[in-house]
Structure formats: structure tokens, C-alpha cells
Design a protein around this ligand. Structure first.
Ligand SMILES: C[S@@+](CC[C@H](N)C(=O)[O-])C[C@H]1O[C@@H](n2cnc3c(N)ncnc32)[C@H](O)[C@@H]1O
Length: 256
């Protein structure tokens, strides 16, 4: 998926929904943040986590926001413009320009599943964390990311096309093995599943439906069918039978 388009703007709004805040809170807590630390956020998007981290590590600490998308970095810079302990990199996670052990910890929220060569990314992330430092990474179990309410046949087709939006559909299930292989210990997964029944215009499902619609049309589903799917969502919500389910998973591990 390309985040340098209008999808980037929708994604930044999704990061500010209640569900987005919940993910950041869980990630923040898992990092065991302390004043003076150096922390890297891989795939920082609009910089919401960067801001919380920068205020926490204080003037002695340093936060690095990394994202290959110019548009995301620009948004993150704006969000953190009053903070002088945040710097930015447009590297890909697969090739980091930082020294070995440069960071006390690394965070990454809903990013790793979009990286085809995830093993290179995990090797690089391990290399830049000091021994004993932490990784806290959230990825989604995409096979369980689901809208409920529209006609099942059309709904299935819409979900089928969305599989192409990222490289790793069920990454959390693969993370413990990968992390052990790349030099981490104590890998642990915490599911953060949720059900949201609302399609108000700042709800996670409403914004997710916008992304889904954009992607389905790009994948060749006819505009009229996508429109009909949207109308069926609204109808289901009015009838009290709409639901959106997702299972993001927080994986934590320690650099050996
Ligand atoms: C779903 S967004 C999540 C952004 C942010 N972490 C958040 O929670 O709001 C995924 C982000 O991963 C970034 N990304 C994609 N490929 C990447 C790569 N190879 N290395 C680092 N970040 C990448 C995208 O540009 C995008 O900003």
C-alpha cells in the first residue's frame, strides 16, 4: 500500500481514533520509557507516538522518526515542530543508517506487515538496539480484519481484494520464530482485539471503509459495486446489525 497519497491522510486520522490511541498506549507501556533514552519509531507515520516519546525522554533523550514516505515525514515534522529532541530519517527499515546499538528501544506500529523483506528489517532493527534493549511492534491479524453487515458474497469479494494491500497477512503468528532467529529473547504476543459497531465519521470502521473503498476500486471492483457495499454498511448500521472486528497484536522482545 502506498502511504504517500490521500491514503496517508486517512491513515493519520485512523491513528487518532480511540483504537489508534489504544495501540500507542500499549506500545508506550511495553517500551519501559525512561528519561534520557534514545528511541527509534520505525514507520512513524504522522508522528503521534514520536511526540509522546519525546516529551517523556526529556532534553537528554533523543527520538528518531523513520519513514520512507516523504508525505508522512512532513506530517510528523509538523506534529513535532515545537520539540527539539526529535529527528527524522527517510530510510527503509530494511537498510538503516544508524550505528550498532544506537537505541535503547525500537517501536513500530502497523508497519512490519507492509515490508516484503521483513527478515532484513528485523535484522536491521536488532542491530540498532543495544543488548538488553526492547522491541515493541504492533501488527494486525489481517485474516480477522472484517466488516460485518453487507451481503456475504460481495463482502467476501471486497475482503479478498484487500489481501493484496500488505505482504504479511498473519505476521503476529510468525513473529516469535523470526525474532528468536534474529537475536531477540522473550518474545511475547498480546492480542488487542476490538469490535466497533459505529460508522460515525471519526470512527475506526468509517475511516477503514474509506481505505477499503479506495483499494477495492484500484483492484478492479466496479465503482457501483463498491458504492453498493458502502450503502449496505450504512443500512446494517441503521438496522443494528453492523460490526467491524480487528485483532491487532503487540509483540515484545528483548535484544539478546
Ligand atoms: C499503517 S502506517 C502506520 C504509521 C504509524 N506507525 C501509526 O501507527 O500511525 C504504515 C507506515 O509504514 C511505513 N512504511 C512502509 N514501508 C516501510 C519500510 N520499508 N520501512 C519503514 N516504514 C515503512 C509507511 O510509509 C507508513 O507510514
Amino acid at each position: 500500500m502506498e502511504f504517500g497519497t490521500e491514503i496517508g491522510a486517512v491513515q493519520r486520522r485512523m491513528a487518532q481514533t480511540q483504537e489508534g490511541v489504544g495501540r500507542r498506549k500499549a506500545t508506550f507501556e511495553a517500551l519501559n520509557v525512561a528519561a534520557g533514552q534514545h528511541i527509534l519509531d520505525v514507520g512513524c507515520g504522522g508522528g503521534h507516538l514520536l511526540r509522546d516519546l519525546a516529551l517523556s525522554v526529556g532534553t537528554e533523550g533523543r527520538i528518531m522518526g523513520l519513514d520512507p514516505s516523504e508525505q508522512q515525514i512532513k506530517a510528523a515534522q509538523e506534529h513535532c515542530q515545537d520539540l527539539d529532541n526529535v529527528t527524522f530519517s527517510q530510510d527503509s527499515a530494511t537498510e538503516l543508517s544508524f550505528e550498532d546499538g544506537a537505541f535503547d528501544s525500537v517501536a513500530s506500529i502497523q508497519v512490519l506487515e507492509y515490508i516484503a523483506d521483513i527478515d532484513s528489517a528485523l535484522a536491521e532493527i536488532r542491530r540498532v538496539i543495544r543488548p538488553g534493549g526492547r522491541l515493541a511492534a504492533v501488527s494486525v491479524l489481517w485474516d480477522h480484519w472484517r466488516f460485518h453487515g453487507p451481503d456475504p458474497e460481495l463482502n467476501d469479494r471486497m475482503h479478498e481484494t484487500f489481501k493484496a494491500h500488505c505482504f504479511h497477512q498473519m505476521l503476529p503468528l510468525e513473529m516469535p520464530e523470526k525474532l528468536t532467529r534474529h537475536g531477540f529473547v522473550g518474545a511475547h504476543c498480546t492480542p488487542m482485539g476490538f469490535l466497533n459497531n459505529s460508522l460515525h465519521h471519526n470512527s475506526f470502521p468509517y475511516l477503514a471503509a474509506n481505505v477499503f473503498t479506495h483499494f477495492a476500486e484500484k483492484q478492479g471492483i466496479a465503482k457501483e459495486e463498491v458504492q453498493s457495499w458502502r450503502e449496505q454498511l450504512d443500512e446494517a448500521e441503521r438496522d443494528g446489525r453492523f460490526g467491524f472486528v480487528s485483532v491487532p497484536v503487540l509483540t515484545t522482545a528483548i535484544a539478546a
